[in-house]
Write a protein that binds this ligand. Structure first.
Ligand SMILES: Nc1ncnc2c1ncn2[C@@H]1O[C@H](COP(=O)(O)OP(=O)(O)OP(=O)(O)O)[C@@H](O)[C@H]1O
Ligand SMILES: [Mg+2]
Length: 644
């Protein structure tokens, strides 16, 4: 494309679908038809449920666009704004429970949209304005009620008008109904509104039938509702608003049959927090958006290609523009493991990498350091975003993060219990309404549910969405999702004290050689003592190796520390510069002391005995005894057999 470096053009698009359509890549080859899209297009599913940023609006936008393989029939997108939400929330009918009242107003919205479509559609019919009586009646109805087809008007105004009509009376003369006469017997405001609405809906259904729009001749009208979260809050009325929408869509779908298809795009946190009697009737309509690492990788490539314009191979993207590995980990694994599985995260992280390299450093390829820097920034964004995503459902979420700050990312139930215990009083004080959720199991459920914690199952760590099972009471080991680790300062698996050898160099330069300068027998003793430390390290490492039930990250962390001891011991081997003047006994005691601490930390972590951790702890403690005895001078024996 341009003459400049490829990296300058590389871009992964905008992070929300609405802007991605106008100034991004979504409709320029950046859209990936996923299972959710196919499900939505096929018409088998009515509820498309996904987390924030999972691609609900993207599906919506793609369906609204007239692209190849898209929906070719009529389409209407309803996106309530705050004002419209307020109108719906306020809508009440005497004699009807909240959910049902809200359902009526939604049904009215659907009926009017469908009516406008029918009238329009009849105009554009091939035989030039072939209009049946029912279509004419609909057109009259729309006009008399200020809903004329083609007339713009914001949703909120239409809603206000509809609400008034339903609460008092709509003009139904177009359908041959004399207001106030036919409806006079209605026992309540609610019953009367329902009766009026039925007349309108019948009129619409009849017009569809008369025009032969049953989905066979041409594709049905697609009626979509997105961005409900704009009007969502924790108040009961917002619940009713969404439940009403679900009930209305179900009702209307069966009423209009194959003439109209409904698609509701709902955020998972909102949908999952609803509870209503009819809830079970919707499971068959649900489609949850899920993303795998591979799918995100495909998405990244599609977007990268769309941005640079020309041909871009996978090789070029992941080996030339991006560094092949980061910290020894293959690049795509590194990137996508650090995202929650949804396109917005991937797009943000990838763009951040490009910006670090190109904008900040004017490089023409992304380096490992760029990815790492971008990763830290991304981690901070995501921790913040998680808080705001769940502000309505779990407002206390942010206050749980300190439980995971500056410690290892592997957390056992026992360790969490201790930390939670210490914090629970403050939490209960700050969030009195959430006392039920603020228990240890409650908090674990929430943290697992939002994708913050994964749970150890067998040799895997499972995050929400990987399988449907919630955390079981016997499960006791968790991990903070890699996405949040950098922001929390939890970048090592386990909070083991790092082994720091004391520096002997200071003493050497101070000229204090007295303790170490001795004859060959002493050197021999030092030699043997150091060998003993080496042996201890190896036997601990071997024990760790046998603890196959231990999470790999934890095993690696212990191994790292023991290897540091080994390195230091080798550095002190006789004859080396570091050995001169060094007091080996002191070194031995220091090492034994470190091992003691290590054992205590491992024990305290509360890992399950069946992971093999108990054996490791006992082995470390055994080595401590052995080292202490040896340093104490009992060199008559190997130090192995005595005392057991
Ligand atoms: N199937 C897809 N193919 C390509 N890009 C996608 C796809 N799905 C989502 N995206 C992109 O991912 C980003 C986030 O998607 P989108 O805005 O649709 O999320 P959302 O579920 O509507 O989130 P929110 O709940 O915040 O509205 C957008 O840039 C969008 O273009
Ligand atoms: Mg959206």
């Amino acid at each position: 494309m341009a003459d400049g470096p490829l990296l300058a053009d590389l871009h992964f698009g905008r992070e929300d679908a609405e802007r991605d359509v106008t100034e991004g890549l979504l409709l320029r080859g950046g859209f990936l038809p996923n299972a959710a899209y196919r499900g939505a297009l096929s018409g088998r599913k009515m509820l498309i449920i996904g987390r924030k940023g999972s691609g609900k609006s993207a599906i919506c936008m793609q369906l609204m666009a007239d692209g190849e393989g898209g929906h070719h029939g009529g389409k209407v997108l309803v996106t309530p704004d705050e004002a419209a939400g307020e109108e719906i929330r306020r809508f009440e009918l005497q004699g009807l429970p909240g959910d049902s009242a809200k359902a009526l107003i939604w049904r009215y919205v659907f009926a009017v949209h469908a009516a406008r479509y029918v009238v329009d559609h009849a105009k554009g019919a091939p035989d030039g304005g072939h209009k049946t009586d029912t279509v004419k009646a609909l057109a009259r109805f729309l006009k008399q009620n200020g809903e004329a087809a083609g007339g713009g008007g914001r949703l909120v105004e239409r809603l206000a008008q509809g609400a008034r009509g339903l609460q008092t009376s709509l003009s139904l003369e177009a359908f041959g109904v004399k207001a106030n006469i036919d409806l006079a017997q209605s026992p309540s405001e609610g019953a009367r509104a329902a009766r009026q609405l039925e007349i309108v809906e019948q009129g619409v259904a009849q017009a569809f039938a008369d025009l032969g729009c049953d989905g066979a001749v041409h594709p049905p009208l697609l009626l979509m509702v997105d961005q409900l979260e704009q009007v969502w809050s924790a108040e009961p009325d917002s619940n009713s608003m969404v439940i009403g929408l679900l009930l209305a869509a179900k009702h209307a779908a069966s009423l209009y049959g194959r003439s109209v298809r409904f698609l509701l795009f709902l955020r998972a946190d909102i949908y999952d927090s609803l509870s209503f009697g009819e809830g079970d009737k919707f499971h068959g309509d649900e489609l949850r958006i899920a993303w795998t690492e591979q799918a995100l990788k495909d998405l990244a490539l599609a977007r990268a290609r769309a941005s640079v314009g020309g041909e871009l191979t996978e090789e070029q993207l992941w080996k030339e523009l991006f560094p092949q590995t980061v910290g020894g980990e293959e690049i795509t694994a590194h990137l996508f493991r650090r995202c929650l599985p949804r396109p917005r995260d991937a797009i943000q992280f990838l763009n951040a990498c490009q910006e670090k390299a190109w904008l900040d450093h004017e490089r023409d390829r992304i380096t490992e350091a760029d990815v790492e820097q971008a990763g830290r920034q991304f981690s901070e964004w995501k921790l913040k975003d998680l808080t705001s995503e769940y502000l309505v459902a779990h407002p206390f979420l942010k206050n749980l993060f300190p439980l995971f700050q500056n410690t290892g990312y592997v957390v056992t139930r026992a360790a969490l219990a201790r930390r939670f215990e210490a914090a629970s009083q403050t939490l209960h004080h700050d969030f009195p309404a959430y006392a039920n959720a603020l228990t240890l199991p409650g908090v674990i459920d929430v943290l697992y549910g939002v994708g913050f914690l994964g749970v150890r199952r067998g040799n895997d760590v499972v995050f929400v969405g990987d399988d449907g099972l919630p955390v079981q009471p016997h499960e006791s080991e968790f991990q903070v999702h890699p996405c949040f680790r950098a922001a929390l300062g939890a970048t090592t698996a386990f909070d083991l004290r790092r082994y720091e050898p004391q520096s002997v160099d200071a003493r050497i330069s101070a000229g204090d050689f007295s303790s170490g300068v001795s004859g060959s027998s002493s050197l021999n003793r030092d030699d043997r003592l150091l060998m003993l430390v080496t042996r201890s390290c190896h036997s601990i490492l071997a024990q760790v190796g046998r603890a196959v039930g231990l999470t790999r990250d934890v095993r690696d962390e212990i191994t790292t520390q023991i290897n540091r001891v080994l390195d230091e011991t080798n550095r002190r081997s006789p004859g080396s510069a570091a050995s001169a003047g060094a007091d080996i006994d002191e070194y031995l005691f220091a090492t034994a002391h470190y091992f003691t601490e290590l054992a205590a930390q491992l024990r305290f972590a509360g890992l399950e005995e069946n992971t093999g951790i108990g054996d490791v702890v006992r082995r470390v403690e055994e080595e401590v005894r052995r080292l202490r005895r040896a340093a104490g001078g009992s060199f008559g024996s190997s130090g192995d057999s005595s005392g057991y």
